[in-house]
Design a protein around this ligand. Structure first.
Ligand code: F6P
Length: 537
């Protein structure tokens, strides 16, 4: 069954939501809490080690009812089934979307073109496990017989952001290997990494689904050249491995066929960390932890697939986000992790969310006249409190925010954990309630200063409180956002799994690169001509 194709704005629930919005958009959440002592309980989902409180949103039971109706009117249930059953829901690229198969148990069945892909997935997982163990245990050696100390992941976009974010988030679980990430085509990036490497003990993991990406191939070639200053060609087989669907090009690059970890076209780049793209994760934290990450994601998949929508975490978060995006016209959402380990989480989500849902043509190919993908941004709390929170609290823009926190700290420093958690809880409370003029006056504030110290409050937040940051809970958290992306794409009637918007710039860059060799360039707009000629000198 192809994806349903319904303009959300033509549904009854959308119309009801619009009328309802006109009635309640000025209500203050403070009053909603005062009117209903059960509000927090009604709008909280407890699932596994997740406690998701979405009561601090500008919603009522009526809003929630209409949002759930919207999910059913756009046939979300059917769309979820289409995705999990391996249909080619990535229609514009003619591909299935089955990152969920990568984290499913061995006896699960996922079919692509009538073939169950699980045996192949498990063959590659076995290869990842064996390889990881050999490197971590020191059995695999470099060209001078020394064990590896450093891993360099060479990739960009989904072949970098996912592994980099997970390795950073799971630092606590890391082994003795040092992992580096080279992504930018800026030569300063690769050269800074080179400064830290010893060719005898470094393993290079070249990750590129297509193996055509300029940045990755340039960096891989530079690192290969640098490596060959100390080693001979035959040493490449010991030090370079690749993850790709493009086996021929990997071989042409000079990588031994036994060192290729395959992936499949039904895994989108930004959803690929669960595949061999996650090899650097497995190397950094060990295969058992990598597998726990996948198991966590699988638990979230099951929850998403089977849970009733009103207690389905990704569905509820997606609906609330649509409410702000399309009715309140909020342009962006912040994601604030109260854990320093999550410092790359928002950057990672930017690709997932903005590359997937930054679309302006619907599933019929027609231009859209409603808002789609939100801007996503964020930094860890408490640092962000001292940076951009002023604007969230007192600025003119509405910025719904997800607050992610953990009940237990990893190092067990309770003093720090209590301080961190008090901030985590205080911020969402402050955003909800604000501070009235009466309260400001009661603090003895000088009259002329009063308006500056008033906080309107009524700023929406979701609190995602997780017991502890573990590979498994991180897997659940990432999968939660993946499914949120899917749900929003279905509601907005767009294709979430292509990314044609990144192509034009790539094409023009390759044209401009060639023009650096010509004497004078005048075939662009005058601004680009001037800039180009300025660069050429
Ligand atoms: O930027 C576009 C993109 O295609 C991403 O979707 C992808 O994650 C990235 O480039 C890297 O692609 P590849 O893994 O093929 O090198």
């Amino acid at each position: 069954m192809p994806l349903p194709n319904i303009n959300p704005t033509t549904t009854n629930s959308w119309k009801k939501l619009q009328e309802h919005y006109n009635k309640i958009n000025n209500s203050h959440m403070k009053d909603l809490f005062a009117q209903d002592s059960e509000r927090a309980n009604k709008f909280t989902i407890k699932w596994d080690d997740f406690y998701v409180d979405f009561s601090k949103n500008r919603i009522t039971e009526e809003t929630f009812k209409y949002l759930l109706e919207l999910a059913s009117e756009v046939k979300l249930k059917e769309a979820i089934e289409s995705q999990f059953s391996g249909e080619k829901i990535n229609k514009t690229e003619g591909r299935a979307v089955l990152h969920t198969a990568l984290r499913a148990p061995k006896d699960a069945e996922f079919y692509v073109d009538g073939v169950n892909v699980m045996p192949e997935i498990y063959q590659v997982k076995q290869k990842i496990e064996t390889f990881t163990n050999e490197v971590v245990n020191g059995e695999r050696k470099g060209f001078t017989g020394k064990s590896f100390t450093d891993i360099v992941n060479i990739g960009i976009g989904g072949s970098d952001l996912g592994p980099a974010m997970v390795v950073e988030s799971l630092q606590y679980y890391k082994n003795h290997l040092t992992t580096h990430f080279v992504s930018n085509v800026d030569g300063d990036h690769v050269n800074e990494v080179i400064k830290k490497l010893n060719p005898e003990t470094t393993l290079f993991v070249v990750v590129s689904k297509t193996f055509t990406t300029q940045e990755t191939l340039s960096n891989a070639n530079t690192l290969k050249k640098w490596f060959l200053k100390s080693a001979t060609e035959d040493a490449i087989a010991k030090h370079f491995v690749a993850v790709s669907t493009n086996i021929e090009s990997v071989k042409n690059f000079g990588i031994d066929k036994n060192n290729i970890f395959p992936m499949w076209d039904w895994v989108g780049g930004r959803f690929s960390l669960w595949s061999a793209v996650g090899l650097s994760i497995s190397l950094a934290v060990g295969y058992t932890n990598f597998d726990s990450l996948l198991k966590g994601a699988n638990k979230m998949d099951e929850h998403f697939k089977t849970e009733d929508f009103k207690t389905n975490i990704p569905v509820v978060l997606a609906l609330i986000s649509v409410w702000y995006n399309n009715f309140f016209k909020a342009e962006s959402e912040a994601v604030i992790g109260y854990s320093q380990y999550l410092n790359q989480f928002a950057t990672y989500l930017q690709q997932g969310i903005m590359e997937s849902n930054g679309k302006s043509v619907d599933r019929n190919g027609n231009p859209i006249d409603y808002e789609t993908g939100t801007l996503i941004w964020g930094e860890p709390g408490t640092n962000s409190q001292h940076a951009f929170f002023q604007l969230i609290h007192q600025g003119t823009k509405l910025i719904p925010a997800d607050f992610i926190g953990f009940v237990k700290s990893l190092h067990g420093n309770q003093d720090h954990q209590d301080k961190l958690t008090s901030n985590f809880l205080a911020q969402t409370e402050a955003l909800l309630n604000g501070k009235t003029e009466v309260e400001v006056i009661a603090e003895g504030t000088e009259k002329s200063i009063i308006p500056f110290k008033v906080f309107k409050g009524n700023k929406p937040t979701n609190t995602i409180f997780i017991n502890k940051l573990t590979p498994e809970s991180l897997g659940k958290l990432i999968a939660m956002y993946e499914h949120k992306i899917f749900v929003q794409g279905i509601i907005w009637n767009i294709f979430s799994y292509d990314q044609f918007g990144v192509e034009l710039g790539k094409q023009l860059a390759s044209k401009i690169l060639q023009e650096f060799n010509s004497t004078s360039v005048n075939n662009h707009d005058s601004s680009t001509n001037n800039l180009l000629n300025y660069y050429k000198g």
